[in-house]
Design a protein around this ligand. Sequence first.
Ligand code: BTN
Length: 237
Amino acid sequence: MINFPLDTVYLESVDSTNSYLKRIIKESGLARGMSVMTKTQTSGRGRLGRSWLSSEGDTLCMSIAVKAPYFEGFTLLAALAVYDALMPFCSDKNLQIKWPNDIICNSKKLSGILCERVNEYTVIGIGINVNDKAFASEISHKATSLFLLNNEKFDIKEIFKGVNKSFEDTFSRYGFSFAKDAKAKYESLCANLGKEVFTQNLSGVAVGIGEDGSLLLKTDDGIIPVSSGEVAVHNIY
Ligand code: BTN
């Protein structure tokens, strides 16, 4: 099976584009890589068991399924691909990655990524705030959109195509691994580094990214790798 170019699917409404691709994979597998976008999600899912809220037709909700070996750092590589796809719309702004895979601009969240493993595939779910004009009160202080940043509306399908192309480019450049070059690029974009960060039971200064994609914290007890969960960054979120 070859992954690229991806087969593309456009839906009006679905529970979750990640769940949609997971069902197809479980039922029949895929003949090639597949990317799906929808206008509405009725049960969008986020990381750490959270739900993902979207505005019909304004938030890009999409998922890409590729047949790929599992490797540590996959979600960080996915963040590099989404970063590259969004850069053309934010070139004069402070676009960064908040570990592990939030894309933030001027310290507010522009995109979130949820990677899930099914059989020998990885499903990469991507939510991008494109033409969103406002957000629910619980996230309005920490979310932004391409519209709010640029005061301009964007063609969601074009951004979808750009993200697909960026994943193709990213996997062709780095392969299915989070190796030296990818790690160096990630570190150059990571908003956490050099900042004081907090997990549920640790605090310290983020000093680097481990070979396995973990966030390395300098604490009173030495360097401790954090490999999952929520990491709050001082002055970001
Ligand atoms: C996060 O920041 O917590 C990850 C959000 C991921 C949301 C996207 S929207 C498309 C895809 N389908 C889902 O149900 N979730 C992902």
